[in-house]
Design a binder for this molecule. Structure first.
Ligand code: GLN
Length: 187
């Protein structure tokens, strides 16, 4: 199994580390030529959706990845990665992959005070949840399974081959979410 980790910006090294601990091989997707390599799944890390979206288009990777995801490539988006997958961004007129039947609110907890740690359930297990200027999911539509609700807000969900979390499991030492992605969605 081989996982591609989008590495144009953001917390990709932390994701690679998690995969390493799980014994899963991965490589960084930095430009178009990396897309010729084989990968069974992809991780879209956090940081800034506007920058990632812009770079994906400038580096001519956007359309290829959108098609792959649409046709079933397993994808795990954290934070900004979740925004890239969302069909609708409530407070932004930008559009990215739009493959997942969810609406999100960017910087949903406020810009300045939007970073906090808590604990919550993911697929029936209690895990640490780290939010960094995070979005939340304001509504879900067809075929979306809600996996985490935190303080009344949906913060993780899955739709077939797509997994999205508003929080950052890669900055904790809890492997639950990465394990879920690998074992239930990629294998
Ligand atoms: N606030 C960022 C955005 O809107 C997401 C933050 C993150 O990925 N940690 O893209």
């Amino acid at each position: 199994m081989m996982i591609g980790v989008l590495a144009v910006q953001g917390a990709f090294a932390e994701h690679i580390k998690m995969l390493e601990i799980l014994g899963v091989k991965s490589f960084e997707i930095r430009n178009k030529s990396d897309l010729t390599k084989h990968f069974d799944g992809i991780i879209l890390p956090g940081v800034e959706s506007t920058v990632q979206g812009k770079l994906l288009r400038e580096l001519e990777m956007f359309d290829f990845l959108k098609e792959k995801i649409k046709h079933g490539l397993p994808v795990f988006g954290t934070c900004a990665g979740m925004i890239l997958l969302a069909e609708k961004i409530e407070n932004d007129n930008k559009e990215y992959f739009c493959t997942m039947n969810i609406s999100v609110v960017r910087n949903g907890y406020g810009r300045q005070l939007g970073s906090f740690n808590t604990r919550g359930n993911f697929d029936g297990k209690e895990i640490p949840l780290v939010f960094i200027r995070a979005p939340y999911i304001s509504s879900v539509r067809d075929n979306v399974e809600i996996l985490t609700v935190c303080n009344g807000k949906i913060t993780a969900a899955r739709q077939n081959n797509m997994l999205a979390t508003a929080f950052h499991p890669e900055v904790t030492n809890n492997l639950t979410v990465h394990k879920y992605f690998i074992e239930k969605m990629v294998k």
